[in-house]
Design a protein around this ligand. Sequence first.
Ligand SMILES: Cc1cc2nc3c(=O)[nH]c(=O)nc-3n(C[C@H](O)[C@H](O)[C@H](O)COP(=O)(O)OP(=O)(O)OC[C@H]3O[C@@H](n4cnc5c(N)ncnc54)[C@H](O)[C@@H]3O)c2cc1C
Length: 477
Amino acid sequence: MANTAKFDLVILGSGSTAFAAGLRAQELGKTAVMTEERTIGGTCVNRGCLPSKNLIEAAKVIHDARHPRYPGLTPAEIGLDFRKLVKQKDDVIHGYRKKKYESLTGGQFGIERGHVRFVDEHSVEVDGKRLTGEKILIATGSRPVLPDIDGLGEVPYLTSDLLTNDEPMELWQLPRSIIIIGGGYISLELSQMFRRFGAEVTILERNEQLLAHGYEPHVGQTIGEIFQSEGIKVMTNAAVTSVRRNGNAVVVGLHGGDKTSELRAEKMLVATGRHPNSDKIDIDKSGVEVGKHGEVRVDKFLRTNVPHILAGGDVIGSATSSQMATPVGSQDGGIAAQNAFSDELRAVNHRVTPRTIFTDPQIATVGLTQEEAIAAGHSCWCSTVSMELVPRAGAIRDTRGMIKMVADDETEEVLGVSMVGNSAGEVIHEAAMAMHFRAKIEDFIDMLHVYPTMAEALKIVAISRYKDPAKLSCCAE
Ligand SMILES: Cc1cc2nc3c(=O)[nH]c(=O)nc-3n(C[C@H](O)[C@H](O)[C@H](O)COP(=O)(O)OP(=O)(O)OC[C@H]3O[C@@H](n4cnc5c(N)ncnc54)[C@H](O)[C@@H]3O)c2cc1C
């Protein structure tokens, strides 16, 4: 066939997973090619982690100026030019994308643009060109789930793709009001951001509380209360049954308790989860098996059922206890490339995967929740301590939140930590490192912590195993 190119590794996708794999293959002296139908770099840099964190921090600047925590500081109103703010976000993304993605391709690591599909188990086709690989990596990521709601196809709605750049769905105008369907991490980050920019925000969550799955119940309750205090309307047990357009507005039909009602807003954002992109690549032609949620099935070495085809990142969903997050995908990519070309197989290990939701205060977790620890057969010791007991939180007048430690009652090994609090996303790394080395409750107490830091929250919650943490002097054990 005339238009055919051969590579050691053909990668479907060009996100963080794909880049890590391509670079690793290159280090191993192999040729690799990625394929991309949207923007090079994938979700994280273009429409996920980076743009969201850029705008969330800008919204925090506005909020903190409006609500100084210290008596003696006068609230100030910062002007907002939303278009200009979005433009600077795009400039940051363009710079980052160039430096960390585009400039890394070339030579034996290339990219082909267009929609990719399998032709057979060794070949894919992109824009009429056939790419054949000795090994193949599926790293096509995920996309927003669209729930089955009556009328959704007939109304304009946003997804997290509103954060994108160089694509038509980017949001350039701040809505006056927005309804956000879903109460997971993307909903939480974006709802607080929109509220702080000045929009009226309503979150509709069909479960009893926010972050209903995979988090300690306290976490969702705590952040829900903080959100309400900022003027975000949080409606739980609220199932959306229909949507319709009314002039320029969207009207959402709800069922909650035994009542039905309607809500109206200028915009609606659907944030009800993400679906692996395994369904538009003619995967059946490769023979690769897919699970019931669309996740590509892999073993702990990231191999699919077809020996020379591997998969990693968002597209494997929760296979191997994975999480949809950039560092997980990047690690997967490196491991997959290594395993593709080496006999020394490396297994993925997701026992310790720290996660952060970039709300204010941040939510950070690692390891098991109490429920998960009990389900795994542990006799559980768990303790929750308020941020009120953390000296730094008091000193800087930000005592919002809590920390919970989950440990095995007999061995005292720490199995999980959940924190809602200032800098929780930084603090969680101490817990993660400790858990990596299978630390016990006592280890968190023995280790000297800098005073006064938010990381002391870990030591204080560990101390609560033995005594009342409300009766400690400063730094005392
Ligand atoms: C709003 C938001 C905020 C987030 N914030 C964070 C965060 O703060 N921290 C964090 O760790 N994670 C965050 N994430 C998750 C993170 O972005 C993803 O886990 C990560 O980007 C997944 O990387 P990936 O390489 O597996 O997939 P992707 O980055 O999605 O890459 C897959 C690529 O494949 C392309 N593709 C798919 N199908 C085809 C096809 N048939 N043909 C050609 N190309 C195709 C897609 O266009 C895409 O570019 C966030 C996600 C979102 C949506």
